[in-house]
Write a protein that binds this ligand. Structure first.
Ligand code: PRP
Length: 210
């Protein structure tokens, strides 16, 4: 059997996706010790997990050092990498929205948008005919309108708590997000039977959990 390298985001998504693989019938240890190990070998299943930052999962898959991976749709929309999207795992569901201070309009001349998703934000505003200046931040995006750095933010909303606790309101719903199974195009051909089998089993699990 060929070896399959799977790139996974560290943390909660890893745990959820790992449980899904167990439900799909893969023979994985029930408790995987989440030490600081970045590579986990499962010889019984000829599977190796590599644990990466969510934003880096598609990088490993595009370069073929991981055959498949689990990546957020937000990351896929932002990076537009050469990977095949095989399946919506329907976990880590949230959405991308624009938000700002209540009852405010965007500056008509040079509206500023703070985000860690510059590509998604630019595409969205271009699509609705708004010319905007993108201010790229790496986190705590909600601060930007509060301290006058931006008119709007474009960011992930999950429970809505961060917006609420920082006195911001949502303006536009931009895209629904969840975790996706992705594959390297060459691996997808060379290891077709393994990857298709895994995708089919996960698809069944997604259906049963729906
Ligand atoms: C994400 C996102 C929002 C928050 C939304 O931030 O950027 O800030 O979660 O979740 P909520 O709707 O449930 O409040 P994350 O925790 O990843 O931290 P960050 O500020 O470093 O991006």
């Amino acid at each position: 059997m060929s070896e399959l390298t799977i790139a996974m985001p560290k943390g909660r998504i890893f745990e959820e996706a790992y449980q899904m693989l167990i439900e799909a019938g893969f023979n994985l240890p029930a408790e995987v010790e989440m030490s600081r190990k970045l590579m986990i070998e499962i010889p019984e299943e000829h599977i190796r997990f590599i644990l990466a930052k969510p934003m880096d999962v598609p990088v490993y898959v595009e370069h073929g050092v991981a055959d498949i991976g689990i990546a957020g749709k937000d990351v896929l929309l932002e990076q537009q990498r050469e990977v095949h999207e095989l399946l919506d795992l329907k976990i880590s569901s949230c959405y991308i929205a624009s938000a700002g201070l209540p009852q405010t309009t965007m500056d008509e001349v040079a509206p500023r948008i703070a985000t860690k998703y510059p590509h998604i934000a630019m595409k969205y505003y271009k699509g609705i005919g708004e010319q905007v200046e993108i201010i790229e931040l790496n986190g705590s995006i909600e601060l930007a309108p509060m301290i006058g750095l931006a008119d709007r933010i474009v960011d992930i909303v999950s429970t809505g708590r961060t917006l609420k606790e920082n006195g911001l309101v949502e303006y536009e719903h931009i895209a629904d997000i969840s975790s996706r199974l992705i594959a390297n195009p060459v691996s997808y051909r060379m290891k077709a039977s393994r990857i298709l089998d895994l995708a089919a089993r996960l698809k069944q699990t997604v259906k049963e959990n729906d």
